[in-house]
Structures are given as C-alpha cells and as structure tokens.
Design a binder for this molecule. Structure first.
Ligand code: PMP
Length: 434
C-alpha cells in the first residue's frame, strides 16, 4: 500500500471509530469511511490526503468566499493571537478588532443597520435575533409579542431556536421537542404571510425571519416585489423583520448583502460564514439604528445574553482582513459577473440534457433542478461529479430534486467553464444509467 493510501486508511479507521460527523449519513460514513480527507486548499480547489484535487463548487459550506489558501488571513490570525488571543467582551470590556469590525459592518450593510452583537456562527446568530426580538417587545411593554414566523423550506441552523424556526421539517423531526412559539408560512408568498399574521394575531408576533435566497432548502430566489411587500406588511403590523444573510452576505449574490437586490432594510440581520470566509468561527446580528436606540433608551438591568466568544479578537481580526480582501479584489463585482457566466453554463446544460428542468442563479449561488418522475437523481449526479473532480450538493427534501452550487467568489471564467463541463458530463452519465 502506498504511503498516502495507508495514511488514508489509518485516518479513516479513526474517523469511523471516534468522529461523529455533523449533518451526515452515519451508516454510509461507517460503511465507506470519509469520501475525502482534505489536507490542502488553494483558490477554488481542495486536495485530499490521497492527492485527489477537486473543485469546491460549494465554497465548502457556502462560506469560503475568498477561496482557499489565503495566507493573509492566516497572518492576520497569527498576529492577533500573538498580540491578544482572547479577552472578554462581557459587561463593559472590549477589544480593538471587535470594535473596528462592528464599525466596518455598519459601513457596508444597507440602510441604517448599525450595531452588531457577535456570535460564533449562524445558528447562534439566529437564536440571538429571536431572543433580542422578544426582549425588544418586553422593553416596549408588549411582552405578548413573542411568536416567530419563518417560511417553509427555510434553514436557520441547528441550535434549539434556529431548529425550531427551520422550515425544512426533517430538521425539526430529528428531535422530539422543539422551542415553543414558532410558526411557518408559505415560501415566497406575501399573501400567506399576511394570512398567518391575521390568523395568529399581530399582538402575539415578535418577528418574521427570512433568507434573502433560501439556500439549504434548494436555492429559491424571490421575485422582485416579494420582499418589498414583506417589509410593508411587517411595518404595518409592527412585527420585526429579521433577514438571515448567513449564506447571502458578503458578496455571495453579487451584492454585499442579498436584501440589497430588493432595496429593503430589515430591523435585524443575521450573518456568519462569509464574514471570515470560514477562516475563523464568527457570526452575529446587526440591529438597525432605531432598534438599537430603543435598546439603549429602554433597557434597565443587564442585557443577559452573551457567548464567551462574542467579540472574539482573533475571529474579528480575520473578519476585518477578509472584508478588506473582498473590497480590494472587487469580489462582489466578480460574484455578479461570474454569476452571469454560471447561469449561462447552467442554461447550456439545460439545453443539452433532458434531465434538467430548471436553472437559476443570483451572483454565485445557483441551482439546477432535475425532472424527478423516476428520481431523485441529484444524489447520483453529486457522486458522479465528485468522481470527476467537482463538489456540489443535492437537495431532495419534500420531493425536490435539486443540485445547488456556491463556488468561491474568486472563481474565473475558465473555472466556471470547467464546473459546467463536469456537471454536464455527470448529468449525462446519470442519464445513461436511467
Ligand atoms: N442560517 C442559514 C441561512 C444557513 O444557511 C446556516 C448554515 N448553513 C445557518 C443559519 C446556520 O449557521 P451555522 O451552521 O454557522 O450555525
């Protein structure tokens, strides 16, 4: 056995025995071991311990926006760790990178979004937003406003609140007791939102939460007008509008934040992933100036919500450097331009392959839907693509049969062409087997 093959074998055995993987097919992991054990990343490519190189068509978990192997981010982390690895942000303690990052977020987010509460990731960001929304209504003297409305097919994470808000039912069914006061409305229907509010009573609702583009639920893009109407409805009924930009933030959709496509400013915005491109664990919630002012004016005791790592100095330093890279290299613009190329590639595949029924993309988040009478076929395409050197993901909840993509924002035309070519060949291979 070669050296790399025996290293793979050793690690695979340990993996099976000791590593309970997140969001994973546990039996398949036990039978087959890890599909890849990654050791290196460079640009849009990842390399596995056996030397296999694959294109990361998902930016791993929709998060490696600036691509892999960025030494500047490693450098920023190292410098901050050597200077001040950790200190508390509880009470009135603070640190420079967290302060500067909060100010930078206020600068690049739309409208009057201006004050950030930091978390370690997107699930915590969502739980935080729901708790802050409820606390807001307590401060405003309306404690009965506590229900959180989310949309079917939405994904908001796996903390207890985030799981309860997640509209993809299998995630909720994983556990047998959820947080109370979560309700679901139809995706992309402002009418359904209004009906849900009327049925539940606005005086009992704290907030409505939505992803600008539904990611894990199959990349569903809102038509123009929908979010404008949602914003109006939320204001009319005095319900806080929370956007979950965990995937769509930091250039993913071809604008800094997804909601900018609709010219709408939420009351609170959740973010994570792309803020550090995954180089450090960081998320948060940005409050509008109006909501922040109310918190400042009406709070009396201590704001009793905080994670040990809220405002982590090293993660904040990485976030700052990452945003600097996005700005310097015009990656938001590249996302828009390459997103158009990606969509062209998808359309070409749709023209060539029977199995494809619909394609869409907004910036560098996109989907290829398959016709599923005998399906779903998306998982087989994902396997074929991995063999050919491309990582993508399938979504097969609720009768869906969708391939989703979110390559790094640094991707170039040549790499997009390669992605489209591999995808085409993978779909062709699956068609041959039907
Ligand atoms: N919200 C959205 C829209 C997400 O896509 C995700 C993760 N995929 C989350 C929240 C949860 O984030 P995390 O996994 O960092 O907790």
């Amino acid at each position: 056995m070669s050296k790399t093959a025996s290293l793979y074998q050793e690690l695979a055995n340990l993996d099976k025995k000791h590593f309970l993987h997140p969001t994973s097919p546990i039996q398949q992991q036990q039978q087959q071991g890890p599909a890849f054990i990654f050791t290196k990343g460079e640009g849009v490519y990842l390399e596995d311990v056996r030397g296999k190189r694959v294109m990361d068509g998902m930016s791993s978990l929709w998060n490696v926006n600036v691509g892999h192997g960025r030494k500047e981010l490693g450098q920023a982390a190292m410098e901050q760790m050597n200077q001040l690895a950790f200190s508390s942000c509880f009470a009135t303690f603070s640190n420079e990178p967290a302060i500067r990052l909060a100010a930078k977020i206020a600068e690049i987010t739309p409208g009057d979004l201006s004050a950030t509460f930091f978390t370690s990731g997107g699930s915590e960001a969502n739980d935080t937003a729901y708790k802050l929304a409820r606390h807001y209504w307590i401060l405003k003297g309306q404690p009965s406003k506590k229900k959180i409305i989310s949309r079917k097919r939405s994904y908001h994470g796996v903390a207890m609140g985030a799981t309860s808000a997640t509209g993809l039912k299998p995630f909720r069914d994983f556990t047998n007791s959820l947080a109370p006061d979560f309700y679901y409305t139809e995706n992309l229907s402002a009418k359904s939102l209004r009906e849900t509010i009327e049925a539940e009573g606005a005086e009992t609702i704290a907030a409505f939460v939505a992803e600008p583009v539904q990611g894990a639920g199959g990349v569903h893009i809102a038509p123009d007008g929908y979010f404008q109407e949602v914003r109006k409805i939320c204001s009319e009924y005095e319900i806080l509008f929370i956007t979950d930009e965990v995937i769509t933030g930091f250039g993913r959709t071809g604008k800094w934040f997804g909601m900018e496509h609709y010219g709408v400013t939420p009351d609170m915005m959740c973010f994570a992933k792309g803020i550090t491109s995954g180089y450090a664990q960081l998320g948060g919630v940005v409050l509008s100036e109006r909501i922040h002012d109310d918190f400042k004016d009406l709070s009396v005791g201590t704001l009793l919500h905080g994670y040990t790592y809220s405002g982590h100095p090293m993660a904040s330093a990485v976030g700052l450097k990452n945003i600097e890279i996005i700005e310097k290299e015009s990656l938001v613009e590249n996302s828009r331009k390459m997103g158009e190329e990606l969509l062209k590639g998808f359309k070409w595949i749709q023209g060539e392959r029977e199995l494809v029924s619909e394609v869409r993309a907004l910036g560098l988040i996109g989907a290829v839907e398959l016709k599923s009478e005998k399906g779903p076929f998306a998982p087989a395409v994902v396997n074929e693509a991995a063999k050919r050197g491309l990582i993508c993901r399938s979504v097969i909840f609720d009768g869906m049969d969708i391939l989703v993509f979110a390559p790094p924002l640094t991707i170039n035309k040549q790499e997009i062409d390669r992605l489209a070519e591999i995808l085409h060949d993978s779909i062709f291979a699956v068609e041959q087997g039907i």
